[in-house]
Design a protein around this ligand. Sequence first.
Ligand SMILES: C[S@@+](CC[C@H](N)C(=O)[O-])C[C@H]1O[C@@H](n2cnc3c(N)ncnc32)[C@H](O)[C@@H]1O
Length: 268
Amino acid sequence: MSDQMKTSKRGKFYGVGVGPGGHGLITTRAAKVLKDCQIIFCPRAGRSASSLAADCIADLHLPAERFRTVDFSMDEDRQQAWETYKVLARTVHEALEEGKDVAYLTIGDALTYSTYGYLLSALADLDPTLDVETIPGVTSFASLAALTQYPLGQGKERLLILPCPDSKEELRQEIETHDLVILMKIGHRLPMVLSVIKELSIGEHCVLGSKVGLPEQFLTSLSNESCESCQLREQEKGYLSTMLIRKSAPSSKWLQAPIPTRKKEEVL
Ligand SMILES: C[S@@+](CC[C@H](N)C(=O)[O-])C[C@H]1O[C@@H](n2cnc3c(N)ncnc32)[C@H](O)[C@@H]1O
């Protein structure tokens, strides 16, 4: 078979951003592509019973036999993750060669702090001529901002997207040198982050969203009281959590909506 014939029969690969959490937060392009793909790979983290990414598209009611779960260890280091993606890339490549269209789901936006980047690069190593399309998604911080009606920068305000640093000093410096900080990957550092917010007395301009859009969703503003609360002191609230931080009150009036609480059935 000539290379040209081989290429024309190949399937197309799609990286698709979905969610985060809840349903409905996907583009119409993503919904169309997912309905047409014969194989949909979905990552499942650690000991989770199901894939969060697959749960995010449950309302598309796609046939179960199209889904393939890819398991990842939460403790995977970069080298291990890379190895996992190299194996996955070979499986994806085989399916594309068979002429199937293949999707890979990512939570939130496909290229924002997403391991999907590893898969793209492993696929490019196998064959740089593959037909690939990445469909962007709604980031976790955009979803949190929408739920709390929190403007992410007005006029020329400087906005920093920051994976949480380990040191208090570094975090404090980043907050002091930007108008807003989107703090991601907080994890076990939550108590440290809360003490910095308290020391700077800026809690009333900040919100925390944990497991946004999921049945366990937890949203709160960070007044001094809530920074001290036992509930927030639980370290696990830092996992799958994002914080929106302002070092001072916004110049225009901010419609501070009451932080919504959701019942499980409203999310599903
Ligand atoms: C590997 S990054 C994935 C980011 C994702 N691609 C996005 O567009 O938001 C993981 C980080 O995203 C944030 N995150 C992802 N899902 C979230 C959710 N449902 N609620 C709050 N934060 C979330 C957390 O900061 C977490 O540490």
